[in-house]
Design a protein around this ligand. Structure first.
Ligand SMILES: [Fe+2]
Length: 224
């Protein structure tokens, strides 16, 4: 299912240890921004003004850690307790679908223009979309980076176009992709005790806002 659809929800698990075994069958855990291989996706006070995992705000469409080389191949969320308020979905859209929806000029911005993605070893400069030697496409995308020059942008960020990675064109592309994303996304509300895994080089993801402070997931990055 992961190969066919680009994502899978694994239910009826015997807790987080079984989820970890499944992820280790897929690949190797990668240290995240703090150096730890587990990142707790919970509300932490102080993040109210940012589109960030530890806020309760909407996070617009992106791929994870585009400034890493390679970017994490798979992402996973183990759900301890899902939001009960009607929000907190993980939304996904397949590059295969997005490519059919974009116009040629929009698609060319993804493939023909390199941009600098801030990363742990300094910025890496790459097109947002390219193909590996075996023909497999690799997508890097961040709505926040293209519109606000920051992965975890303040909600009121409005930098001048000359401070954006692809200027006004890039911001317009981001808005177009976000509009298509919102129209064609799959909305997943990971059930308690379940594991969502997706291909982070193929699928865009986003998070819808939520109120319920009891929501708790653990995020993993997996290479290969
Ligand atoms: Fe993310």
């Amino acid at each position: 299912m992961l190969e066919a659809d680009g994502y899978v929800v694994v239910e009826r698990l015997e807790g987080q240890p079984e989820a970890i075994e499944i992820m280790q069958d897929i690949g190797r855990f990668v240290p995240q921004y703090t150096g730890a291989v587990e990142h707790e996706v919970v509300h932490r006070p102080g993040n109210e003004g940012r589109a960030y995992s530890q806020s309760r705000n909407t996070i617009r469409c992106h791929t994870e850690a585009p400034g890493r080389l390679p970017s994490p191949r798979h992402l996973a969320l183990y759900c301890h307790r899902q939001a009960r308020c009607g929000g907190g979905h993980t939304d996904l859209l397949d590059l295969k679908a997005l490519r059919k929806l974009l116009g040629p000029a929009e698609h060319a911005l993804l493939t023909d223009r390199s941009i600098a993605f801030p990363g742990p070893a300094g910025p890496i400069t790459l097109p947002m979309l390219y193909e590996e030697d075996d023909g497999r496409p690799v997508l890097r995308f961040s709505y926040n980076l293209l519109t606000a020059a920051d992965y975890d942008a303040p909600l009121d960020a409005a930098p001048a176009p000359e401070h954006l990675p692809l200027g006004r064109e890039g911001a317009e592309l981001a808005r177009r992709v976000a509009e298509l994303f919102d129209q064609y996304r799959v909305q997943v509300l990971v059930p308690d005790g379940a594991l969502l895994i997706w291909d982070n080089q193929r699928m865009l993801h986003a998070r819808s806002e939520y109120e319920d402070e009891g929501r708790h997931l653990t995020r993993y990055w997996i290479d290969a």
